[in-house]
Design a protein around this ligand. Structure first.
Ligand code: UDP
Length: 381
């Protein structure tokens, strides 16, 4: 067994407790993760699982995100158990990546024989994990189910729809997500749809006291920005016009961008002049530093799904660098605004939202106990 000594001790203790509790047959769940937002979501559910003696978790890391600042740091900061399997599958086309994951996860499932496979969000790892499990008649739990952008050009949208359709438990973060499933006829499918709240809200509330200042000078007033969506990075036109808008704003108020490796590669390929830019580009930060930046910024500008909500969790408005969003309630309530990729729209929307003061107490994402609700539901199965 590939476990480090601390991990082994924890595993052994768990079994001793189980034997004394007379629970020889715990539920075994297998978690599939691969990308940064999934580590943060899985940390919440894994921490809850570790509090129960009658459920055992095996983690599979597909390797989609692999280096220190996109993967390891999250496992360390949030004490996520070390994955029993690390598949190292990365930097491939969508089909090759999903296919290779599917094959390797199937082998692991046949060996581990879990009762349930837990998948998160909307990446290729989510799809491969769910599909491998379902074909082996292993139950699938999808955390962050029911989200829709209604943009079928997004790889994430395709993954979400397929995974939702084959899941046995659909854990929805919002009422909007439940309604989306209802509208697609899920009430007639043999599955359980539960509105449990958002595990990312659990994570934000639980880890907020651990916020850590990045090792750099942080301006008193700044905008926090992230850009990584394929629809922006894969289109020269989009990425250039986003940067044009941001540079105009960056000349007036500092903008900090923890730069996603994919965006960095594209910008290098486009010979973007980092030295001349008024934007402060930094390496991707860990979650604790990200929380600090979210807590201290004046405004969030992003194309990330998770960061749109985290802006709200940390009481900040957010300008969205996309044409649509899955988190529609934040736009409907006036917290967030869709600016798209047009430079003038970006500048104008940022200026409108910069010094806006709002009440962020609306409970849109549950009560920060989504993780417990998920684990309790699985144990009742
Ligand atoms: N994040 C982070 N460091 C960064 C950028 C993002 O810890 O440098 C976190 C962020 O706080 C959020 C998650 O990564 O919890 C979002 O991931 P990402 O934007 O890659 O994916 P998406 O949410 O769009 O699927």
């Amino acid at each position: 067994m590939n476990l480090c000594s601390k991990e082994w001790q924890r595993y052994k203790n768990k079994w001793i407790i189980r034997i004394f509790a007379g629970k020889f047959n715990p539920m075994k769940c297998l978690t599939v993760v691969g990308a940064r937002p999934q580590f943060i979501k899985a940390a919440v559910v894994s921490r809850t699982i570790s509090q129960y003696t009658n459920i055992e978790e095996v983690i599979v890391h597909t390797g989609q995100h692999f280096d220190n600042c996109m993967s390891n740091i999250f496992f360390q900061e949030m004490s996520i158990p070390i994955p029993r399997y690390n598949l190292g599958i990365c930097n491939l086309t969508h089909g090759a990546m999903t296919g290779q994951m599917l094959e390797e996860i199937e082998d692991i499932l046949m060996k581990e024989q879990p009762d349930v496979v837990i998948v998160y969000g909307d990446t290729n790892s989510t799809l491969a994990g769910a599909l491998a499990a379902k074909k082996l008649h292993i139950k699938v739990a999808h955390v962050e189910a029911g989200l829709r952008s209604f943009n079928m050009n997004m790889p994430e949208e395709i993954n979400r729809i397929l995974v939702d359709r084959i899941s046995d438990w659909l854990f929805c973060p919002t009422n909007t997500a439940v309604n989306n499933l209802h509208n697609e006829g899920f009430d007639h499918f043999p599955c359980m749809v539960q509105q449990c709240g958002d595990v990312m809200y659990d994570a934000a509330m639980f880890y907020a006291p651990h916020a850590q200042k990045p090792a750099m000078e942080i301006p008193e007033k700044f905008i926090l920005c992230t850009i990584h969506r394929a629809e922006n990075t894969d289109s020269q036109e989009n990425i250039k016009s986003i940067l044009q808008g941001l540079e105009e704003i960056g000349a007036q108020i500092p903008i900090i961008i923890p730069l996603h490796p994919r965006t960095k590669n594209i910008l290098h390929r486009l010979h973007f002049n980092f030295d001349q830019s008024p934007i402060h580009f930094i390496d991707p930060v860990g979650y604790f530093e990200m929380i600090y930046l979210l807590q201290h910024c004046a405004l969030v500008v992003t194309d990330s799904g998770g960061v749109q909500k985290e802006a709200f969790f940390f009481q900040k408005n957010c300008v969205i660098l996309r044409e649509e969003t899955e988190w529609v309630e934040l736009v409907q309530q006036g917290y967030n605004a869709i600016a798209g990729t047009n430079p003038q729209n970006i500048v104008q929307t940022i200026q409108e939202f910069l010094d806006r003061k709002m009440d962020f107490s609306m409970p849109l994402y549950g009560d920060a106990h989504a993780g417990e609700k998920i684990v309790k539901t699985l144990l009742q199965a």
